[in-house]
Design a protein around this ligand. Structure first.
Ligand code: NAI
Length: 455
């Protein structure tokens, strides 16, 4: 088959979600990918890193079990078994996904596609025609020009494939990938130093969350050099050496470069086909339509949050749109953001700083320290939940840091996306004892009726 209602370039979360929903809505679909369906998320991103982070959590639990009165002898980490575990999870999920795609009758074409016109894509010399085309080719790690490739300089792709645990690591970039690898390597015994150009770790998060993270990372003996600029990198004598603008020199077994990801839009024929780009990202309207009306773009190639679940949602949206439905566009601010380091970070909506810029002085915030939460005490976990409320009393942002907070962001995102007033939400009953009660406490406090908070 070389003609379909929808032709999708890229089989990651955006592309495969679009393919599945389009097919469910009765459209014929051709899905093109040069590698396996599942994309970065399944093969080199979300899933394998979270598998390793879970193993890291198990290692930490084993190492600290005695504080709960449980005696366990921790004998370290077996890198081979660790990778088997990670690879098995990926393989199982891939099998399930490939099976679903097959069951739905979606045609998968293996090869590198290139847009050749408003309704045509070329793959390995064959032209494939679609009434609509969806671009979903994702992103790739950035490597600054200053850094020459070497076997000790890793991107997250290579870091995931390392067959040994490095004794020491320098991580360039204290964003999401940087702190997740710092966390898991530290749990496996690596001596980690993060070098971040901006004044704080996870600079896209609320400043209070960065402060907590830096404090809790210090307790874990993870060193963070913030406001630090790299001036030179050299690999020799079995190590990688990094010079900073301050004059300081660092050396380690490996250097992980985690300074962001670039959209994969080069070499796709986009400019020639008339698809407008802005600094490499595809320009779209609210309906994910590019400057060529039959061509849509979703996921990491569109500026904004580079998150798998944003791509899923955009993929579903585009498929429904092509099928003639009238779906709601997806706004980035309502998308939950989760970083799976230890402690985890989860947030939705505006930071305090962004809320003050938007609404002025009438913004209110409450931060509930998890030290006052029963469940956190049982878990021996530190952290906080910060609530930001706009001058009308509506939830404008929720920022969490602590053990397992990734699973707590659901309620917060409902409050934010439904535009719920804090006072109304304060009447919801939160199960006791849960860490989620901290959100309830913050809601009560910001509504002027705190129960356990004072001061
Ligand atoms: P990022 O944008 O989150 O962080 C990059 C960091 O590197 C920033 O803090 C930046 O200030 C810093 N930086 C840039 N150039 C630098 C330099 N020359 N020296 C020192 N620091 C420098 O990008 P990251 O961590 O590479 O992740 C890429 C994308 O993947 C992000 O958009 C992220 O959201 C996504 N991702 C999401 C995950 C999740 O949702 N849990 C997990 C991993 C990645």
């Amino acid at each position: 088959m070389s003609t379909a209602d929808v032709v999708i370039l890229g089989g990651g979360p955006g592309g495969y979600a679009a393919a599945i929903r389009a097919s469910q809505l009765g459209l014929s679909v051709i899905l093109i990918d040069e590698a396996q369906v599942g994309g970065t998320c399944l093969h080199r991103g979300c899933i394998p890193t979270k598998a390793l982070l879970h193993a890291a959590d198990v290692a930490d639990t084993a190492r600290t079990a005695a504080q709960f009165g449980v005696n366990v002898a921790f004998h370290g980490v077996d890198p081979e078994k660790l990778h088997d575990f990670k690879n098995t999870v990926v393989a199982r999920l891939h099998k399930g996904l490939a099976g679903l795609i097959d069951t739905l009758g979606i045609t998968v074409v293996n090869g590198r596609g290139r847009l050749t016109g408003p309704t045509t894509v070329e793959v390995g010399g064959t032209t494939i025609t679609g009434e609509s085309i969806v671009l979903a080719t994702g992103s790739a790690p950035k490597l600054p020009g200053l850094i020459a490739p070497s076997d000790r300089v890793l991107t997250s792709d290579q870091a995931l494939e390392l067959e040994t645990i490095p004794e020491s690591a320098i991580i360039l970039g204290g964003g999401v990938i940087g702190v997740e690898f710092a966390s898991l390597w530290a749990s496996f015994g690596t001596k980690v130093t993060i070098v971040e150009a901006l004044p704080r770790l996870v600079p896209n998060e609320d400043a209070a969350i960065s402060t907590y993270l830096e404090r809790l990372f210090r307790r874990r003996r993870i060193t963070a050099k913030t406001g630090a600029r790299l001036t030179a990198v050299a690999t020799d004598r079995g190590e990688v050496r990094v010079a900073l603008e301050s004059g300081e020199e660092l050396s380690a077994d490996v250097l992980l470069v985690a300074v962001g990801r670039s959209p994969r839009t080069g070499d796709l024929g986009l400019a020639e086909a008339g698809v407008a780009l802005d600094r490499g990202f595809v320009v779209t309207d609210d309906a994910q339509r590019t400057s060529v009306p039959t061509v849509y773009a979703i996921g990491d190639i569109v500026g904004g949050l580079q998150l798998a679940h944003r791509a899923f949602q955009q993929g579903i949206f585009v498929a429904e749109q092509i099928a003639g439905r009238n779906p709601e566009p997806v706004a980035d601010l309502g998308i939950p953001r989760v970083t799976y380091c230890n402690p985890e970070i989860a947030s939705v909506g505006l930071t305090e700083e962004a809320a003050r810029e938007r609404y002025g002085d009438g913004v209110e915030t409450v931060t509930y320290d998890l030290a006052g939460n029963g469940r956190s005490q049982i878990l021996k976990a530190s952290g906080a939940i910060k609530l930001v409320v706009d001058p009308a009393g509506t939830v404008a942002g929720v920022h969490m840091i602590g053990h397992g907070v990734s699973e707590l962001i659901g309620e917060a995102q409902m409050l934010y996306n439904l535009g719920v007033k804090a006072e109304e939400a304060a009447r919801f009953v939160h199960a006791h004892p849960t860490q989620n009660e901290a959100l309830g406490e913050a809601l009560m406090a910001v509504s002027g009726a705190p129960l356990h908070l004072h001061g």
